[in-house]
Ligand binder design. Structure first.
Ligand SMILES: NC(=O)c1ccc[n+]([C@@H]2O[C@H](COP(=O)([O-])OP(=O)(O)OC[C@H]3O[C@@H](n4cnc5c(N)ncnc54)[C@H](O)[C@@H]3O)[C@@H](O)[C@H]2O)c1
Length: 470
């Protein structure tokens, strides 16, 4: 019988996957390489694989819970020692995670956290969920991903799958991570496996969670693809395989660009309606009654969070390498970033109508998180509005039931209780986040005037003359 040789294996790979990044490590046979893949598949399918998750934040912690719930042992590597200690004491700090479920998984030994990388060799699959911010010049800042990859490379062993979940530009996994990992002497798709599977979690969304949100997966080579798809299938209802890690990266940045562009479109309509003296909210609500060919997006004081304001710029930056201008991204960014200034302009107009100079005004900002019913104030447009009105000399306080305090580059503020006295005292209330646990009827009744940038007062019929919409 013909025994497979290294030469045959190399030929078969070239034939089956032209252009794929498979290479045969000098002293390994096809059988060894195939066996290594099978060993990992067996561990994944029997759920005896140990899963490492680097970065236990909004993405990493819910993911840890999903994996632990089906029987995987999860070890989180979290550089923030306080967060790691909270994990180990069973204390949840991410709203989408259920406290009792988390506590139980920790107490039963399914989830633990460490602060260093020494336990990496014990892990079979390592998922990276660290931040991918922008520099001041709106360029990708991959320092977290690169740092983690270098640390993993120091401890990498054959048979491990590494999957990047952080949002990034197409090419990061194979152009940036692969060379760092291969500097260990191990080869991708032969010795270890590498994939990208973008996280789509929508914090605060009760209907779509990590488990029932379709998951896109692309591997750097066929073996990586196979093990990564098998891994994600254990916990995600629907896995959507794509041909490469690049494609998976592109899917995610496109999705967020789609949102950014459509939000910019309704923001632009908002600016036009303001000039034409029309109610943009009425127009949009009526437009969205069309049962096909349209999708609801709403204007607001700007975009916030860790995704929509940042991710499109990752694609914009990469496109420049191809001498390509992503004009929609640039325009959407320009319009969305202009919205806090529009709120300031509208505030000045309202104050003028009330006979109050901005520099003598007392204003209550209602809602500082970037999104309804969430405590995340990262990149929140409300903070830009606060900064601009502070420049004008306004006396500002804020109320947000989800944000006890914030410190944004030295802008430090603490939550003010929403008392009757406070509402009566201020010249203007600006609604910048439409949290559902706020009684807007009471706010409108007691306040002198309300500038509503989210249409949170939509259902209120009394005192409409005291409300100005964006
Ligand atoms: N939050 C979201 O809604 C969301 C949704 C989809 C995708 N994403 C993407 O997922 C990634 C993570 O986002 P997030 O919101 O979970 O961030 P996060 O800031 O909530 O969590 C990141 C965690 O990584 C830790 N960390 C940073 N560097 C580390 C290191 N070297 N070693 C170990 N731990 C480290 C941080 O301490 C933090 O706890 C980003 O790329 C983001 O764009 C986020």
């Amino acid at each position: 019988m013909h025994q497979p040789s290294r030469h045959d294996f190399h030929k078969s790979l070239t034939r089956k996957a032209p252009g794929a990044l498979l290479r045969v490590h000098s002293d390994q046979t096809e059988a060894e390489v195939v066996q290594r893949v099978q060993t990992l598949l067996d561990k994944i399918e029997s759920r005896t694989a140990t899963v490492g998750i680097v970065g236990l934040g909004y993405v990493g912690l819910p993911f840890a819970v999903e994996k632990a719930k089906v029987g995987f042992k999860v070890v989180g590597i979290e550089q923030n020692a306080d967060r790691a200690a909270r994990v180990n004491s069973g204390e949840n700090y991410i709203p989408d995670v259920k406290d009792h479920e988390f506590k139980e998984l920790v107490s039963r030994g399914f989830i633990k956290a460490v602060t260093d990388y020494t336990s990496v060799p014990e892990m079979d699959v390592i998922v990276i969920c660290v931040p991918t911010p922008l520099t001041k010049n709106l360029n990708p800042d991959l320092q977290f991903v690169e740092h983690v990859t270098k640390e993993l490379a120091k401890h990498l062993r054959p048979g491990q799958l590494i999957s990047l979940e952080s949002t990034t530009y197409p090419g990061t996994t194979h152009e940036v991570m692969q060379p760092i990992l291969e500097a260990s002497g191990l080869k991708v798709d032969i010795d270890f496996y590498l994939a990208h599977s973008p996280e789509r979690v929508d914090p605060g969304n009760a209907r779509y969670t990590t488990k029932n949100t379709n998951k896109v997966v692309g591997g750097v080579g066929p073996n990586s693809h196979k093990v990564a798809v098998a891994f994600y299938k254990q916990t995600i209802d629907h896995v959507v395989p794509v041909s490469s890690a690049d494609a998976a990266e592109m899917v995610k940045v496109f999705e967020n660009t789609f949102r950014a562009v459509n939000i910019a479109l309704v923001n632009e309509l908002c600016l036009l309606c303001d000039r034409m003296g029309m109610n943009v909210w009425e127009v949009l609500d009526a437009a969205f009654t069309k049962p096909f060919g349209i999708m609801p997006f709403y204007p607001g004081p700007g975009v916030g969070g860790h995704c929509i304001p940042l991710d499109p710029h990752y694609l914009e930056w990469k496109a420049r390498e191809y001498n390509f201008n992503t004009r929609f991204i640039a325009l959407a960014g320009e319009i969305n970033r202009s919205m806090p200034r529009f709120v300031r302009e509208k505030t000045h107009r309202v104050l003028n109508m009330l006979g109050v100079a901005p520099s003598r005004s007392k204003i209550l900002i209602l809602g500082v998180s970037y999104k309804r019913d969430l405590g995340d104030w990262r990149e929140s447009p409300a903070l830009d509005v606060i900064k601009l009105l502070k420049e004008d000399g306004a006396d500002l306080v804020y109320h947000d039931p989800f944000v006890p305090s914030f410190d944004e580059h030295g802008l430090v503020m603490e939550n003010t209780p929403l008392t009757d006295e406070m509402l009566r005292q201020v010249d203007l209330v600006i609604v910048t986040a439409d949290h559902t646990n706020v009684d807007y009827a009471r706010v409108v009744r007691l306040a002198a005037h309300v500038l509503d940038t989210r249409n949170a007062t939509k259902k209120i019929t009394d005192h409409r003359d005291k409300i100005t919409l964006l």
